[in-house]
Design a protein around this ligand. Structure first.
Ligand SMILES: C[S@@+](CC[C@H](N)C(=O)[O-])C[C@H]1O[C@@H](n2cnc3c(N)ncnc32)[C@H](O)[C@@H]1O
Length: 276
């Protein structure tokens, strides 16, 4: 019963390789998920798009050994890291499945709960994945997810649009708007549920602020580069990138001077559906 009393902290290089707080972006959404999720014993749970193991490992720890959790994600390198966490955290109730959620390797009606933090609704074929979730869930099983919403970083995008205007590149505004607006709305995410055999049981909207010293720190942040810059660079003309980003960085830095930093709003959605 009290095995944990023999625990001693192992400050090894191997352990520290898997020790971190969840990344800035995922963590806020994960907290929203953990705040609203109903945790019960004896559940079979899937974390869809479990990546490097968040919130899968946290849920495994909080739900305990009467529950069995599966992380589904095709990303090989992330799964190596997730495996290492399972070992180092001593978890015995988690299994990783390295595959796409477009074909979930479970029989019909065998899962109680599916969660997805910043996942399913942004996958390539969300409608197929939602249908698969519905198939494997038991009747009245729940699908709960978090998503960022249209309107994220609105302060940043306002400066991006005015920069394009200032440079006489109004023709690029529609391209950028199209990318900005492909994030879901409460209505569009709800529709994915209701089109695939779920009723919406509840949803909550919240937001948080991401603060940066200025535009230079924002544009150089590893996660902004990884998650966003690469997309902007792929949708805007290559030959214009230097001019656009120099002006954008300057405008963001001027804004930051006046407003004492760059504070960006991130709207979030927690939404839960039940298999009808
Ligand atoms: C934004 S990341 C979120 C990762 C993690 N849940 C978190 O909160 O940090 C989205 C994840 O979905 C995974 N993914 C993308 N398409 C997928 C699919 N068809 N089936 C399963 N996972 C997928 C990606 O590999 C990635 O790990």
């Amino acid at each position: 019963m009290t095995e944990y009393l023999s625990y001693t902290f192992n400050d090894s290089e191997e352990f520290i390789q898997t020790f971190d707080e969840a990344p800035l972006w995922s963590a806020s959404f994960g907290l929203l998920l953990l705040k609203h999720l109903e945790l019960k014993p004896n559940l079979r749970v899937i974390d869809m798009g479990s990546g490097a193991g968040f919130p899968l490992m946290e849920l495994a720890g909080r739900m305990g050994n009467t529950c069995k959790l599966f992380g589904i994600d095709p990303w090989k390198n992330a799964s190596v890291r997730a495996k290492q966490k399972i070992k180092n955290y001593g978890l015995t109730n988690v299994e990783l499945i390295e595959s796409s959620a477009e074909q979930i390797p479970f029989a019909d009606n065998t899962i109680d709960l599916i969660v997805s933090n910043l996942g399913i609704n942004n996958f390539d074929k969300p409608d197929i994945v939602f249908k698969e979730c519905n198939r494997v869930l038991k009747p009245n099983g729940k699908l709960a997810l978090t998503s960022n919403l249209n309107g994220h970083w609105k302060e940043f995008y306002a400066i991006f649009y005015s920069t394009l205007k200032q440079l006489g590149k109004e023709n690029l505004i529609a391209i950028l708007k199209n990318d900005e607006e492909h994030r879901g709305t409460v209505e569009s995410v709800s529709k994915l549920f209701t089109d695939t055999g779920f009723t919406i049981t509840r949803y909550y909207e919240e937001s948080f602020e991401m603060k940066f010293v200025d535009g230079s720190t924002f544009l150089n942040h590893y996660f902004v580069k990884l998650g966003w810059l690469t997309t902007w660079m792929s949708i805007l003309p290559k030959e214009d990138l230097q001019e656009i980003f120099s002006a954008l960085e300057q405008n963001l830095n001027e804004y930051s001077k006046i407003n004492v930093g760059l504070s960006l709003t991130v709207p979030m959605l927690f939404i839960e559906g039940e298999k009808v």
